[in-house]
Design a protein around this ligand. Structure first.
Ligand code: NAD
Length: 487
């Protein structure tokens, strides 16, 4: 078995921005610390990019696009480079997994089995699409030939959150690069380390300089500069709904760049009395809200259950949640690590307080010191903060329902619409309810089903972009018509 604690001591950190194929300090020399939330230790002082650095990165990406050093190469070549990068992710898997674990407090048992292998697989999948993407010929009259092709957009800015630092970046970068774009990536302040290493690996894989740039820094500085930059053709964003709205404003104030948003959620787990295997439901409920300490955009943070089975279900859920082992994320036996930061823990603990004030505690939650927060479960009303607001922590809001219509109305009563689950052994009911739930993904008799082959994204204020699947390529390309008259 891998001795992760020993290995963690050998990891080196990259702390400069990565622009035009090279690590560089911020122009004004400013740095911000990135902290290990499990220990409070400062891991590295990372370049804090400002306007000048973002300008340099966008200019580098633009040069790379305009001289076609990437977009102009053969599909077979681009495929081989991205396949090589995917191999390099696998070859450096332990290091990348440790970087996300140290930087964001994520469990090593997740980063080493989900985040890094998943990222490599997604890169491989998009690499395989490059030489299989055909254009169209429109049905015009004889004497006219209208070709419809998909063209890369140019410079894509990717602004990503800290909950899956490497994987969220790969969700964006893989299809954007596969489509032939140049990319400027801004990681979250809390978790820049894995993608700074990724940028180096991309050069090693043969990606030309300037095609992938990384500008770490603060959201309101580096993120804003990308949002407002006239040289950026499209922004692909994953993060909170308020910041997603800012990107729409930035686009309107600048060059009308395309904006693709993947934002927050308050996803419902809807359990009917005809779900026969209540233990499987309880396991799904716990997985849905306690995975990654609840820091998942599609976390099933609401449990809606038929009043008849709610007491039995809650007993099983509480028993399962009671076995969660909170502790060192480097220990493979740990099942929940810290939140990403003490600031995030304070935000989540304020929600735990509101649960105590507004509802009935099934599991009390509370602080374990530092960034560690114990799982919490509250039975609450539909208008409570816990039923309506995204917590982004291990806090479950529970409500009972009496009828199918009421369950659907409660589930849809949210500004968000990212994901939902339905538990029922009736095929008719499962389809009926799934059809009426307003969510980008409805999982039936499971939670948070997703795969590179299926689109992921939301309705309502969860955003409107779609990551993953061939559909993700649409947002990084524009349709172009070339009309030839040969009469
Ligand atoms: P956040 O919105 O605070 O930050 C996301 C990114 O935006 C970061 O890189 C941040 O630096 C940047 N940013 C922050 N303020 C900015 C500003 N004023 N201008 C420009 N950029 C700015 O989100 P977070 O706390 O990092 O992540 C948690 C959020 O992400 C949750 O709401 C979660 O639901 C969402 N999320 C959504 C998905 C999805 O696919 N729908 C996936 C993962 C996370």
């Amino acid at each position: 078995m891998t001795d992760w604690r020993t290995l963690a001591r050998t990891v080196e950190f990259r702390f400069d921005a990565f622009i035009d194929g090279k690590p560089v300090a911020a122009a004004d020399g400013r740095r911000i610390p990135t902290v290990n939330p499990a220990t409070g230790e400062i891991l590295a002082q990372v370049a804090a990019c400002g306007d000048e650095d973002v300008d340099r990165a966008v200019a580098s990406a633009r040069r790379a696009f305009d001289d076609q050093r990437w977009a102009g190469t053969s599909p077979g070549h681009r495929k081989s480079v991205l396949l090589k990068l995917s191999e390099l992710l696998r070859a450096n898997a332990d290091e990348l997994a440790l970087l996300d674990t140290l930087d964001a407090g994520k469990l090593i048992s997740d980063t080493s089995t989900i985040d890094v292998p998943g990222s490599a697989a997604i890169l491989q999948w998009y690499a395989e699409t490059i030489d299989k993407a055909y254009g169209e010929i429109a049905p015009t009259a004889r004497g006219d030939l209208a070709l419809v092709s998909r063209e890369p957009l140019g410079v894509v800015a990717a602004v990503v959150p800290w909950n899956y630092p490497l994987e969220m970046a790969i969700w964006k970068i893989a299809p954007a690069l596969a489509a032939g774009n140049s990319v400027v990536l801004k990681p979250a302040e809390e978790s820049p380390l894995s993608v700074l290493r990724l940028a180096e690996l991309a050069v090693e894989a043969g990606l030309p300089d300037g095609v992938l740039n990384v500008v770490p820094g603060e959201g309101p500085v580096a993120g804003r500069a990308l949002g407002l930059h006239p040289g950026v053709d499209a922004v692909t964003f994953t993060g909170s709904t308020p910041v997603g709205k800012l990107f729409l404003q930035y686009a309107g104030q600048s060059n009308m760049k395309q904006v693709w948003l993947e934002c927050g959620g308050k996803s419902a787990n809807v359990v009917f009395a005809d779900a026969a295997d209540l233990q499987a439901v309880a396991d799904g409920v716990c997985f849905g809200i306690f995975t990654n300490a609840g820091q998942v955009c599609s976390a099933n943070s609401r449990l809606l259950a038929d009043r008849a089975i709610l007491p039995d279900l809650l007993a099983l859920v509480a028993e399962k949640a009671g076995k969660i082992r909170l502790g060192d994320p480097l220990d493979p036996e740990t099942t929940m690590g810290p939140l990403v930061s003490e600031a995030q823990a304070a935000r989540v603990l304020a929600y735990v307080e509101s649960g105590h004030a507004e509802g009935r505690a099934i599991l009390a939650g509370g602080s374990l010191g530092g960034a560690f927060v114990r799982p919490a479960i509250f039975e609450v009303g539909p208008d409570s903060r816990l039923s309506r607001e995204e917590v982004f922590g291990p806090v479950l809001a529970v409500q009972a329902f009496d009828t199918e219509d009421e369950a659907i109305a409660l589930a849809n009563d949210s500004i968000y619409g990212l994901a939902a689950s339905v538990w029922s052994d009736s095929l008719r009911r499962a389809h009926r309810v799934a059809g009426r739930l307003r969510a980008g993904t409805v999982s039936v008799n499971t939670v948070d089903a997703l795969d590179v082959t299926t689109p992921f994204g939301g309705f309502g204020q969860s955003g409107f972009g779609r990551d993953l699947s061939l559909h993700a390529l649409d947002k990084f390309t524009a349709l172009k018509t070339t009309w030839v008259n040969y009469r």
